[in-house]
Design a protein around this ligand. Structure first.
Ligand code: UT7
Length: 345
């Protein structure tokens, strides 16, 4: 008698995204900044970015993306629950992956989202690991579902309002970033679909290469300080670029090796959208056709923790993936941190 194989899968049963309507092209930026469309496109692949209005915070985008993911699960995954309210009550964990939380220090943005969507039975926490946060968040979600038999569903959301934390006079950074959110609903199932393996890594020796220096316990604001420039991201672009190309290359190689796969087994690679040139360089090193990588950076720029779940929602809604397809998500960023998820769709 053959041995029964019991598989616990962490399947993505819904995806959603939220992108602010205000869209700023490179040409529009160039009206107030010493830059131009040609430089930005040729150095990054970015054509535009979406920017939140002054009333919109991280949780607002996260809530919209989460509701869209729940709606997808109801409409397209044949959930037993037929309304957003019913489905939200079945969510066991709300995880918000972000470096641009609603509030500095506390509360966790996930608590605000949990309340807004009516996930009354869910625990809530934030995952903060810059642009790698969603990769870490997906593994966190699956881990939290796996350790407790009573937990079945986790909402994992990447949401950022980076426009509040860039120096709009620094052309080396401000042209790169945009705002947005993406969400997935993870469900623990007895199937071979979903998150198969995650690789996580970090090299903290590069912490200074991408950092927001003001406001934390190392460099807090003190009474009487005058704030000439609001807290903003500072980056050694070249150092991060080199790290990123290696991180993408090594993560993909390690995931394939760990599962005894070849690149031909993979339908699509969904990289963090930081710079199209990083993807092109990694594709060349790995000898993978560039078309295997999904890119939407031209429209959204770098939305940090939101970039991969926004991409996943676009891909899902476009119908480009078939049930059973293997995909790899790969992220990297400040920390320096990196990671990848191998997922069976
Ligand atoms: O998601 C987090 C992870 N972040 C990343 O992955 C970012 C990784 N780094 C990069 O993507 C690239 O390093 C950048 C896009 C940030 C910069 O590209 P680069 O080819 O490394 O340019 P650079 O910083 O070496 O600058 C080259 C030139 C400089 O002028 P000079 O000194 O050669 O005269 C810059 O002042 O380009 C100039 N420059 C610009 N010119 C027009 C820098 N930014 C701009 C700009 N418009 N926006």
């Amino acid at each position: 008698m053959s041995k029964k194989e019991y598989t616990v899968g962490f399947e993505i049963i819904g995806t959603g995204r939220a992108v602010p309507p205000k869209r700023i092209t490179n040409d529009e930026l160039a009206k107030t900044l010493d830059t131009n469309d040609e430089w930005i496109r040729s150095h990054t692949g970015i054509g535009a970015r979406h920017i939140a209005d002054e009333h919109t915070a991280c949780s607002d985008l996260a809530v919209e993306a989460a509701r869209n993911a729940l709606s997808w699960a109801i409409e397209c995954h044949a959930c037993a629950e037929k309304t957003l309210e019913e489905l939200a009550l079945t969510v066991d964990m709300v995880i918000v992956c972000s470096s641009t939380a609603d509030y500095f220090c506390c509360p966790a943005t996930a608590c605000i989202v949990q309340n807004a969507i009516g996930a009354k039975n869910a625990g809530a926490m934030d995952v903060v690991d810059a642009c790698s946060s969603f990769i870490y968040g997906l593994e966190t979600g699956a881990g939290l579902l796996s350790v407790n038999k009573d937990r079945r569903r986790a909402l994992v959301i990447g949401a950022e309002v980076l426009s509040r934390f860039v120096d709009w006079t620094d052309r080396g950074t401000c042209v790169l970033f945009g705002d947005g959110a993406g969400a997935v609903l993870l469900e623990k199932t007895d199937s071979s679909k979903g998150l198969l393996r995650t690789i996580l890594g970090a090299d903290g020796s590069g912490a200074e290469h991408l950092v927001m220096k003001r406001g934390g316990s190392r460099n807090p604001f003190k009474q009487g300080d005058t704030v000439e420039t609001p807290p903003h991201i500072e980056m050694n672009g070249r150092a991060v670029y080199n790290f990123a190309v290696s991180a993408v290359t090594e993560t993909i190689t390690s995931l394939l090796k760990a599962e005894n796969l070849t690149i031909e087994d993979i339908a699509l690679i969904v990289p963090h959208q930081a710079n199209a040139r990083i993807v092109q360089a990694a594709a060349k090193r790995l000898n993978i056709p560039e078309e295997k990588f999904f890119l939407n950076i031209e429209e959204y720029a770098n939305t940090s923790a939101a970039s991969i779940p926004i991409a996943l929602d676009e891909i899902n809604r476009s119908g480009a993936l078939h049930s059973g397809d293997l995909i790899i998500c790969v992220g990297f960023g400040a920390g320096l941190s990196y990671g990848g998820n191998l997922i069976r769709w």
